[in-house]
Design a protein around this ligand. Sequence first.
Ligand SMILES: *[C@@H]1O[C@H](CO)[C@@H](O)[C@H](O)[C@H]1NC(C)=O
Ligand SMILES: *[C@@H]1O[C@H](CO)[C@@H](O)[C@H](O)[C@H]1NC(C)=O
Ligand SMILES: *[C@@H]1O[C@H](CO)[C@@H](O)[C@H](O)[C@H]1NC(C)=O
Ligand SMILES: *[C@@H]1O[C@H](CO)[C@@H](O)[C@H](O)[C@H]1NC(C)=O
Ligand SMILES: *[C@@H]1O[C@H](CO)[C@@H](O)[C@H](O)[C@H]1NC(C)=O
Ligand SMILES: *[C@@H]1O[C@H](CO)[C@@H](O)[C@H](O)[C@H]1NC(C)=O
Ligand SMILES: *[C@@H]1O[C@H](CO)[C@@H](O)[C@H](O)[C@H]1NC(C)=O
Ligand SMILES: *[C@@H]1O[C@H](CO)[C@@H](O)[C@H](O)[C@H]1NC(C)=O
Ligand SMILES: *[C@@H]1O[C@H](CO)[C@@H](O)[C@H](O)[C@H]1NC(C)=O
Ligand SMILES: *[C@@H]1O[C@H](CO)[C@@H](O)[C@H](O)[C@H]1NC(C)=O
Ligand SMILES: *[C@@H]1O[C@H](CO)[C@@H](O)[C@H](O)[C@H]1NC(C)=O
Ligand SMILES: *[C@@H]1O[C@H](CO)[C@@H](O)[C@H](O)[C@H]1NC(C)=O
Length: 835
Amino acid sequence: MEFLLGVLLVQSWLVCLAFSFSNFTDQHALLAFKTEIKIDPNNILGSNWNTTTNFCNWVGVSCSRRRQRVRALELGHMGLQGTISPYVGNLSFLVRLNLRNNSFHGPLTHQIGRLGRLKELILADNKMEGIIPPTLFHCRMLQNISLRNNRFSGQIPEELGTLSKVQILYLNRNNFTGTIPSSLANLSTLQIIRDIGFFTESNRWYPTKFNWKFFEFASNFFAPECQIRGSIPREIGSLKNLNLLELSKNNVSGSIPSSVGALKSLQRLYLDGNKLEGLIPQELCQLSQVGELSLQSNVLFGPIPACIGNLRHLQQLDLSSNNLSSSIPMSLWTLENLLFLNLSSNSLGGDLPLQMRMSNVMNNMDLSRNHIEGSIPPTIGSFKILTAINLSRNSFQGSIPKSFGVVVGLEFIDLSYNNISGTIPKSLEALRSLKYLNLSYNKLSGEILNRGPFVNFTAESFMGNEALCGQSILQIPTCKIHNSEMMQIKQIFLKYILPIIASIVLVVSFTYIVIKYRGSKTQTPNLVDLAPIIEHKRISYQELRDATNNFCDANLLGVGSFGSVFKGVLADGIIVAVKILNLELDGAFKSFDAECKVLRNIRHRNLVKVISSCSNLELRALVLQYMSNGSLEKWLYSHNYCLDLFQRVSIMFDVALALEYLHHGQSEVVVHCDLKPNNILLDEDMVAHVADFGIAKIMAQNKTETQTKTLGTIGYIAPEYGSEGRVSTKGDIYSYGIMLLEIFTRKKPTDEMFTGELSLRQWVSASLPSKLMEVVEGGLFTTRGGTTTTQGIILAIMELGMECCKESPEERCDIKEVVVKLNKTKMQLLQNRGD
Ligand SMILES: *[C@@H]1O[C@H](CO)[C@@H](O)[C@H](O)[C@H]1NC(C)=O
Ligand SMILES: *[C@@H]1O[C@H](CO)[C@@H](O)[C@H](O)[C@H]1NC(C)=O
Ligand SMILES: *[C@@H]1O[C@H](CO)[C@@H](O)[C@H](O)[C@H]1NC(C)=O
Ligand SMILES: *[C@@H]1O[C@H](CO)[C@@H](O)[C@H](O)[C@H]1NC(C)=O
Ligand SMILES: *[C@@H]1O[C@H](CO)[C@@H](O)[C@H](O)[C@H]1NC(C)=O
Ligand SMILES: *[C@@H]1O[C@H](CO)[C@@H](O)[C@H](O)[C@H]1NC(C)=O
Ligand SMILES: *[C@@H]1O[C@H](CO)[C@@H](O)[C@H](O)[C@H]1NC(C)=O
Ligand SMILES: *[C@@H]1O[C@H](CO)[C@@H](O)[C@H](O)[C@H]1NC(C)=O
Ligand SMILES: *[C@@H]1O[C@H](CO)[C@@H](O)[C@H](O)[C@H]1NC(C)=O
Ligand SMILES: *[C@@H]1O[C@H](CO)[C@@H](O)[C@H](O)[C@H]1NC(C)=O
Ligand SMILES: *[C@@H]1O[C@H](CO)[C@@H](O)[C@H](O)[C@H]1NC(C)=O
Ligand SMILES: *[C@@H]1O[C@H](CO)[C@@H](O)[C@H](O)[C@H]1NC(C)=O
């Protein structure tokens, strides 16, 4: 006992000692650090770092809680000038030193070597000079080192290879000389090298004996703007794990080695802004994972390889500013994921094939400055989300296709410097987003339109077309009187004469029909029967039995709380889903039929269509549109199924549209009451449809105690349903919010980890914003494109989810807000794919 007490006393004494000691050294070191920087009078550091407050509370300083020792000094982006004080070596507990993007100059103090705990050293974007001090290699714990964009010089020391924990090493944009030390090869055994940024001003970029094995585990290799000369070595093909290879804006010459075809994991290849020459090698088509390919601004020649169509994942292709010739291969137009295509400034000829079928997601296409001829194919109208098209400075002929008018998102159209003739199609007036139109220097004729976006276009858009006419502000001849007289006559005809003729025709035909109808009442088929067959037809029990092979097990799609669902094929070949409801069968016939009639009239693209119903003494059934891709539940939780970020956002957007319609789209509000992934079904195009709406009401009218209890599903059901039985649209919003959290975390609200106090909501809430990555399903962050934007997007969605499932119904957001926000997100994702 006494001994224990003694230990405790000694311990607390030690803690006190540590306290006062740290109080002295760390504060002193920080103040010394401050004296060597020139601080702008407005800079917060100047006034904030003073002894009236504990140094642990100074800007940029973080301490260990117990010992009050400085663990991190984060002074990035603060506009600081000066040198780094040797006193920094006294901060012996320092783990992170981040001085990025300031104007520190002078050498890196050799005292840095005293920081045995240092894991992160970020000096990027300063003006530091001199050599890398050899003492740096005493910092055995170093993981991330960035000296990028400074003026460090001298050789890169061999000892770098002894820092066995290094994961990230950026040395590019300095003034290093010599070669890359071969000791780095030793790091490869640890398989932890992730990102390498490169450097060197020597003539060759790698020593010939360079151990390529070193890079075998590297997934990113980037060396943009590093003044690299020489040709790309064949050995590059041994970097089997590369996702990214970036050598943009160097002085790399020679041809692209065929060995690049071996980089099977490559997702992004940027070789733009070099002096690469020769043909684009066929082997490039073996990069089956590649999503972004940038070869622009080189001196490549010859044709675009026809095998380019093999790059099924290609989203961005930039081959502009080379000297590529021959025509664009047909296979290029079959790339379904292509968002961005730039072939500008080459010598491409031929014409655009009439049957060119373009990726549905194509957003920006630039074919300017080539020798392409023939007419612009009308299939241009199938590029539904195109926002910019540039065909200028080619040899296009023929007229402007009317179908441009259906590409409603178009913002930029440049058709200048071609031989396009004919008139400007009226359909262009429908392009509400059009901001820029250039039709100059063609052979267009006729009147310039003056509605819609045309009100804003100036003479520049139309000049160099001799036969165009219109308003004088456009600096072109006004259209001939003759023309406008014709227009007037036409208008008079449309306005007055046509309606008179039309009404006469109507009256006559109506009279005729009435007479005919009276005369032969018995033979005329019932008008209702003439309606599209599947709409209002009642289906008999016998038909359902036939359709589902007597409700056989093989046709059973699923069993839920409301009943079982069978797949069926009606006599006319239409595939349907038949939902047999578990109802107390005696009574309530009428209400079921009436309710089904209501359901049949609720129609929306994102609701599962109720085709018909069937009720007899034995059962009540709904006949529904069949959804070939099954439920969201399946897609989230079964193996072999996988949804990417865009699909998830898209699905939740569809669901929001459906809810908006149920809640606001009709005279009577429909509350769903049981939204959950099992009730979200996906059709063959992965468009989401909400199922089981309105069934809650049928069930409630047909109430037995147990069934009313099972309205809604645990986990998704709003708290007020359970406690007060209050049914309202706000309850649906709650369930929707839970689903939003679920679809991105891939955790059910009923997951076993959520017991006692912890719920899905709390779990997600606690992670926001900084630990988001820990709760969101891993795969979503590896989606191509900037991960920071991806994170931002997911964060916004999770916050929206939290807004929707607030405890108090009044505080939850309205579905209309959700629709607006998700629509933005969806557009942003499309945009990012295109950036
Ligand atoms: C530093 O020491 C003084 C007196 O010795 C004490 O009042 C003060 O709280 C200490 N500051 C820190 C940060 O420990
Ligand atoms: C010392 O810093 C505190 C805030 O950290 C500030 O309020 C105070 O004005 C500063 N004192 C001086 C003399 O600059
Ligand atoms: C660098 O820091 C300045 C403030 O000194 C800031 O305005 C600028 O945005 C920063 N640059 C980058 C690239 O972060
Ligand atoms: C702090 O650093 C300076 C300069 O490197 C050194 O002279 C001094 O001995 C150090 N003080 C302590 C307490 O470590
Ligand atoms: C090193 O950088 C990576 C990526 O930026 C980061 O995740 C990691 O936390 C950093 N390591 C340290 C010790 O700061
Ligand atoms: C880089 O080094 C060369 C020669 O050693 C020198 O001429 C040049 O000024 C240095 N550049 C910078 C930015 O320090
Ligand atoms: C790699 O490490 C081993 C053992 O640690 C050492 O003997 C060898 O010299 C190192 N190789 C290089 C190139 O530094
Ligand atoms: C490429 O090398 C030439 C000299 O050979 C030099 O003038 C030019 O600046 C270099 N370009 C780049 C981007 O390094
Ligand atoms: C296409 O490439 C050319 C030349 O490289 C460039 O000027 C143009 O801006 C690019 N077009 C788009 C839409 O990025
Ligand atoms: C581009 O290729 C054509 C032949 O296809 C050739 O006549 C022309 O000189 C080349 N242009 C350049 C700049 O290399
Ligand atoms: C279309 O391409 C031409 C030639 O490359 C260029 O001058 C023009 O600015 C581009 N138009 C748009 C809208 O980007
Ligand atoms: C015309 O330009 C104005 C101002 O830039 C803008 O507010 C307006 O929406 C534009 N009109 C059309 C039809 O694009």
